[in-house]
Design a protein. Sequence first.
Length: 460
Amino acid sequence: MRLMLLPLILILTTPHAFALPQASVEEAVDAEWHLGYEMFQMLLEEQGLAAAQSWDTTLSQPAESVVVVCGELNQIPAREWLRARRFVAQGGAMLVASEGNFELPGVCTFSEGAAVAGDVRDRYLSYADCLRIRNLKADDELTKGVREIVVNRTGWLSTPIDDSLNWQVIATMPATSLPRASRSQPLILAGRDAAPFTGLMLLVADESLFTNGMLWHGDNAVFAIQVSQLLCRSGRKRVLFFRDGSPLPGYRERSVLPPPNSTQTTVPPLPPNMDPPEPELSTALRLANAVIGEVQESNLINEVLRDRPRTMRPLAYLRTILLILLVLVTLFAIWHLMQSRLNLPGLPRPRLLQSVYRVMSARRITNSEYGPAIVVLARDLCTELTGSPVETDWIRNLSERGESANSRLNRAQRRDLSEILGIALRGATIHLSRRRFETLGLAIKQLRDHNRISPIVDAA
């Protein structure tokens, strides 16, 4: 926890301002620091990741690597983006953040900002292009404890078309944002592999969300911490930070963590007509730690409780005890009722309702399959009994006028043979029921068995 709070404490003790136009060289350098990623790099490297400089080497070891790509994404060739997708599919972790127009091959499209807030309530510090993003996925580990994310001149994303990862929308644009094409569109997407703690791809349509100057606004710092924890999971060892198509050195190598020409305690005034922001998570934690330390040192709790309940009136003390007992009894009664509740039977499983036309059509389709089958069986039987595929031979030897067949069969068999012969000659009806098909099939089997024992037709 101390490691995670270090970036926040450093942020609170450094100048806070948006990247506004400056006149002097010193202020320009300070503005450049606010647009850098040193704080987010520190979050990643303080968790044990070593800074990498080679795109090929990092992508060749996906299970141990984290890749962060931001800025101008078109600087990277399309074939390298295909390699990046394979990197994630093989267990790598990747964060892509940009607010320019770009099509990530086979995944989604980045649309260029800057989106503005159509509703005043969605504006941060009265800036139309600084949006408060409150449409967050509440049950995701990335948004735990995050009430709002502040973005600056952001773009938006399209719905992902990739089905190799399980995609979830972590944050969406406000329903009243402008232009209209950005309304309720995804702002942050998380694609996770089906196997836990393996491949991961995070897509963010605002590259400034993780910059030094934006981490302290809203709950951006809490979100950045949870993003870094998710990226560094599964024992990863190295991180490649790619900006505008070029790798960035590690934050230890740059030695520009505090802004140049500024002290750790001096905070410049906010721009005119800008209200100071409310204290964030880090300020509240520092205040809580200070209060707890003061209480422990002053022994305030023992001083307050020393005379309790000695100075309390006996009647008030008795009422307090009875009230506590009553609450306990009530809670026990509620628990007992919940334990002895009736086990209601489950609701009947819903059935899919079908129209009469659909039922009859399905039945007709099923019945129509038996007609051609019985014709084939009947013709095969006639060929087997007569030894000839010619229909005139069937009529001469198997019809009621054929003496050789009628003399060797009983009445029921002659009737079945006559009907089967008619089917073989004329065909069967299109709609033949399953029961009738089984009856005729049994008759064909019996005639075939009888012919094997005693030939029905004399050999020519």
